[in-house]
Design a protein around this ligand. Structure first.
Ligand SMILES: Cc1ncc(COP(=O)(O)O)c(C=O)c1O
Length: 390
């Protein structure tokens, strides 16, 4: 069943104000249900007290774990609530007991924060960071990955599902099969894919997965989550502990929780947690396949329209393309294009080549337009028409 565009737009206050929001890879417009949930909890906190409000909303807080687990095919005890995708990823990455000589394999389109973390750990623990080359489409080469895995010593394969600067989709499930066969851990940065297309941790075969709330899931800012496969949990030591992630069992001893919540902290943005649970339920209610269909259809129309424009260079690689459309416009600085569009009520963002040092194809700056299912075909045409001439 397709998405009822009128209905989802009516349920999105941001769609009422005339702005055409094509920065969903930055932060999407939340639906009314999410706004209501966040506002109600904050109001309750300010009326009866924060701790008292949390007690009263215990069910909605717990719902978060079921909603996220249901969305990605996990178990509720494999989900941790974390404040953003970067910290979710960090908590997983820094928990891996690397040994000197271990190898980390990643991809050319890796997210900057992840790359920085690799090099910090490489320096501190004597591991190597190796970037697996692309295939002819620009996604991670499975042949090259298999060859690297066969050499041995790979502790971790860590890639993004969809990069931030480019419309490619990495072959997450194929990478999962190879990593599992080689006995390597597999950490998937699914920040841009959860909420945009089906993500099933069993099908993908990842051990760890990080995601954010505010992008394609349409949750509140300052929210995210981490998935940790139950079987690998005993091998992971969170880099930070508190009285929720561990129990102080005797004067000088403690015990870690035995579920993924060993990666959480006690204090958290409760309203955001409830809101993210509502956002996950909202996405599931529409159907992730229907969301993917509409996002990819709008992105395809946008790419088609851009390709027909003089001076436009489309930068998206990959055989299968995501909803992130990146391009440059000859004779125009990408930041200036963004501002010119903003003046006409159209939101896009820009990419930064300094954040893409593994990617030989990355440009210093590009325009990134990322539609969501609530965008209209008319908005796509509006964006195309509003681009300055070369
Ligand atoms: C591929 C990818 N990974 C990770 C992140 C970081 O997410 P967050 O800003 O929620 O920490 C982003 C954000 O744009 C991203 O695009």
């Amino acid at each position: 069943m397709g998405i009822d565009l009128d209905e989802v737009r009516a349920e999105t206050p941001g769609c009422q104000g005339g702005v055409a929001h094509f920065n969903n890879a930055g932060a999407a417009l939340p639906p009314q249900a999410v706004i209501d949930a966040v506002e109600a909890q904050f109001r309750l906190e300010s009326t009866i007290g924060g701790y008292e409000a949390a007690e009263r909303s215990a069910e909605a807080i717990e719902r978060f774990y079921d909603a996220i687990a249901g969305l990605i095919g996990a178990r509720r005890d494999e989900i941790a609530y974390v404040e953003n995708a970067t910290r979710a990823w960090d908590m997983a990455f820094y928990a891996i007991p690397f040994r000197r000589g271990d190898r980390i394999l990643t991809t050319t389109s890796e997210y900057a924060s992840n790359a920085i973390a690799y090099f910090q750990v490489a320096e501190a623990r004597g591991v190597s960071v190796e970037v697996v080359p692309d295939d002819e489409h620009g996604t991670m080469s499975l042949e090259a990955l298999e060859a690297e895995l066969a050499k041995g010593g790979v502790r971790l394969v860590a890639i993004n599902h969809i990069p931030t600067h480019n419309g490619l989709i990495n072959p997450a499930a194929e990478v999962g099969r190879l990593a599992r066969a080689a006995g390597a851990l597999y950490l998937l940065d699914a920040c841009q894919s959860v909420g945009q297309l089906p993500v099933d941790v069993t099908e993908i075969g990842c051990d760890l997965l990080s995601a954010t709330g505010r992008k394609f899931l349409r949750g509140p800012r300052g929210t995210g989550f981490l998935y940790v496969r139950q079987e690998i949990l005993p091998d992971l030591q969170p880099p930070f502990l508190d009285l929720l992630s561990a129990e102080w069992t005797a004067r000088e001893s403690y015990e870690l929780r035995d579920d993924a919540r060993r990666f959480e902290t006690w204090e958290r943005y409760i309203a955001g947690q409830i809101g993210l649970g509502v956002a996950a339920d909202y996405a599931a209610g529409l159907g992730i396949e229907a969301i993917q269909d509409r996002v990819s259809g709008l992105a395809a129309r946008l790419r088609e329209g851009l390709a027909a424009k003089p001076g436009v260079t489309l930068l998206d690689r990959g055989e299968h393309k995501s909803g992130l459309v990146s391009f440059t416009l000859a004779g125009h600085d990408s930041g200036a294009v963004k501002l010119a569009l903003r003046e006409r009520g159209i939101n896009v963002s820009t990419t930064d080549g300094a954040h893409q040092r593994f990617d030989d194809h990355a440009v210093p700056s590009a325009v990134r337009a990322s539609p969501h299912y609530y965008n209209t075909e008319e908005e796509v045409e509006r964006l195309l028409a509003a681009l300055p001439s070369p």
